[in-house]
Design a protein around this ligand. Structure first.
Ligand code: F6R
Length: 627
């Protein structure tokens, strides 16, 4: 949610900032802007809308600047208009700031600063920061500090409340780029005679792999001489960069029309990587054939699990609940993190709290976990509860907050709609549920072996599904591109897939879609059905196949066109379903990893057919760092 970049070195800053912003556009695309310093002035160029608008504006400007900051915005405070675009400047236009996050006390600060003569031009919370820095700079005597710029920023951030990452430059300090991290991600990159900063590593990997992620409460001063790091009290800290293991192919489309389509096709590889990482060969471990690298005491005396998550991660958590309860027999509750924060479950003994977030930055999930941590502190050991995070970005804020992490192995996901990260989360839940089951001996060794062997077949089954579904979903997209409403139904372990199918469709195609447990349709939603409302039914042989088929019949009787996601292609299926999206015949327990694929493709092709921006759907951002 908002991306920031910064550069100081010997190359043309504008080009590097634009290239960095392009890699961060997934974080927001309501507006973009850059500020550079040349000829003793701050030069700020901003444009409403996507990055190409800013790029067009900058084409007309020849800039020799070698220092600058840039921003791509997801609007929080103030409309997505140019006057609200970052960078923001102080009244004298000497200090420029970009921010990712929220300044909670900006109203008070703004009033205070207005009283001191500062003029504000935007509706944003960020604009108070350059004014505050300018105010502290004004009051600092030049000899009071070796870097008055750093000192003024240090004083300013000590007055800010909220979660934020900022980058600051000033025309009066043209050799300093200062960055601050407080609960929003920020990484520094070390090049040859040049330094970079960014909200996320894809913005800088083209230039360097030597990186230093800042921690909360740290300020870094980047100058031609190197990097100095301080805490908010002004004490110098010693830190070393580390080498990033990063596959640059992940941030390129590699011939696919959209990142989302490429990421859907990467899912067999994600499952293979997860199998390699989480599962040992049988016989290697006496207690469990699963290796998640978690401490043994995380599993001890476990009576309950509470999971907090948002969006697609919440759907993965629902499948996690099913797996944990059915395989390991541990009572598990799944909560929307945004709701849980204000209505938490009572503190219970021997409870594991799991936060699921692919980005590791979702504000609601982090806040729910922080709240759980706090309210369990000081309690007797059995009530303290252990915290576990499941994330695709272990270097994220979640990684900082939670001591135990299961890293999902999707690689970076650029498309705003989650696809391969969902599959990776499912793999983490299969591993966790099976590990718990093995340790508690709630399933036999044979069953365990059968399930793991089944999982090992999944990559090639996804490949087969991808092969057949591309054409079928494209054909259906042709017919349904103008449909106004869609219903997705499933039961049991595939009910969350119905929710996920509906979410994918609404977020990228802007078509209204709802997911329901198939058996619930008759309790109300069935009133929505007629010939104009297609129903996608996930019907997998197993515990609820006949029930789903009956529910599908009920929809058909109301004239709905029925699309079946099923491995069954017998006379009955052919009679009921108007269209089939066939998937391979796998165990019901493993089917969600397959059934989600045609639904992802259907949403993709409908959105592409409608000519929409699949990778950057309106109003959304990849990491939601505001509440
Ligand atoms: C949907 C989607 C969102 C995210 C949600 C949580 O395609 O991507 O619903 O799943 O914003 O994000 P994370 O997992 O980063 O916490």
């Amino acid at each position: 949610m908002c991306g920031i970049v910064g550069y100081i070195g010997t190359q043309a800053a504008t080009d590097i900032l634009l290239a960095g912003l392009e890699k961060l556009e997934y974080r927001g695309y309501d507006s973009a802007g850059i500020a550079t310093i040349w000829e003793g002035e701050v030069n700020c160029v901003r444009a409403k809308g996507k990055l190409h608008n800013l790029r067009s504006k900058l084409e007309q400007i020849e800039s020799p600047a070698q220092i600058g900051i840039g921003h791509t915005r997801w609007a929080t405070h103030g409309k997505p208009e140019e006057y609200n675009a970052h960078p923001h400047l102080d009244t004298a236009k000497r200090v420029a700031v970009v921010q990712n996050g929220i300044i909670e006390n900006y109203r008070e600060l703004r009033e205070e600063l207005k009283g001191k003569g500062h003029q504000f031009l935007s509706e944003t919370d960020t604009e108070v920061i350059p004014h505050l820095i300018a105010e502290f700079l004004k009051n600092l005597s030049p000899s009071s500090s070796s870097s008055p710029f750093l000192e003024a920023i240090r004083q300013a951030v000590n007055h800010l409340k909220g979660a934020f990452a900022i980058a600051v430059i000033s025309a009066d300090f043209p050799d300093e780029l200062i960055v601050v991290r407080q609960q929003a991600p920020l990484v520094i990159g070390f090049g040859q005679g040049e330094l970079f900063c960014a909200s996320d590593t894809p913005a800088i990997v083209a230039y360097t792999r030597a990186v230093l992620p800042l921690e909360n409460g740290e300020i870094a001063r980047l100058t031609p001489l190197g990097v100095e790091i301080y805490d908010f009290a002004g004490d110098r800290l010693k830190k070393q960069p580390r080498l990033l293991n990063f596959n640059p192919a992940l941030v390129e489309k590699q011939g696919f029309k959209h990142f989302m389509l490429k990421e859907i096709h990467e899912q067999p590889g994600v499952v293979r990587a997860s199998l390699d990482a989480y599962f040992n060969n049988f016989g290697e471990s006496s207690e469990s054939p699963i290796n998640l690298g978690l401490p043994a005491d995380l599993y001890n005396n476990l009576e309950q699990i509470q999971i907090v998550a948002c969006g697609t991660s919440w759907h993965a958590a629902l499948i996690g609940k099913y797996l944990i309860e059915q395989l390991a027999g541990i009572s598990t509750q799944v909560h929307y993190a945004s709701e849980y924060r204000y209505a938490p479950s009572p503190v219970t003994a021997n409870t594991l709290i799991i936060g699921v977030t692919q980005s590791g930055e979702t504000a609601d999930t982090l806040a729910a976990l922080a709240m759980e941590k706090e309210r369990r502190q000081g309690k007797e050991p059995q009530y303290q509860g252990q915290l576990l995070g499941i994330t695709n970005r272990s270097e994220s804020s979640l990684g900082d907050m939670v001591p135990n992490i299961i890293s999902t192995l999707a690689g970076i996901e650029i498309g705003v709609a989650a696809t391969k990260t969902f599959t990776a989360q499912l793999m983490a839940f299969y591993a966790l549920a099976l590990d718990l089951a093995a340790r508690r001996q709630t399933v036999s060794k044979d069953t365990l072996e059968k399930i793991i062997n089944g999982l090992r077949q999944i990559p090639k089954e996804i490949e087969a599904t991808l092969e057949t579904q591309e054409r079928l979903t494209e054909q259906l997209a042709h017919e349904f591109a103008e449909t106004k409403d869609f219903i997705f139904v499933g039961r049991g372990i595939n009910f969350p897939i119905a929710l996920e199918g509906a979410l994918k469709l609404k977020e990228i195609s802007y078509i209204h879609a709802e997911g329901y447990p198939a058996g619930e349709m008759k309790h109300g939603p069935i009133a929505l059905l007629d010939a104009k409302v297609p129903v996608v039914a996930i019907a997998i042989p197993g515990s609820v196949y006949e029930k789903v088929i009956s529910n599908a019949q009920e929809a058909k009787a109301r004239d709905s066109r029925l699309i079946g996601v099923t491995p069954v292609n017998d006379g009955e299926a052919a009679e009921i379903f108007n269209d089939l999206l066939p998937v391979s015949d796998v165990e019901e327990l493993l089917s969600p990893i397959l059934t989600v694929v045609p639904l992802q493709l259907l949403a993709y092709h409908i959105a592409a057919r409608r000519g929409l921006d699949v990778d950057q759907p309106r109003n959304l951002a990849k990491s939601v760092t505001v509440e």
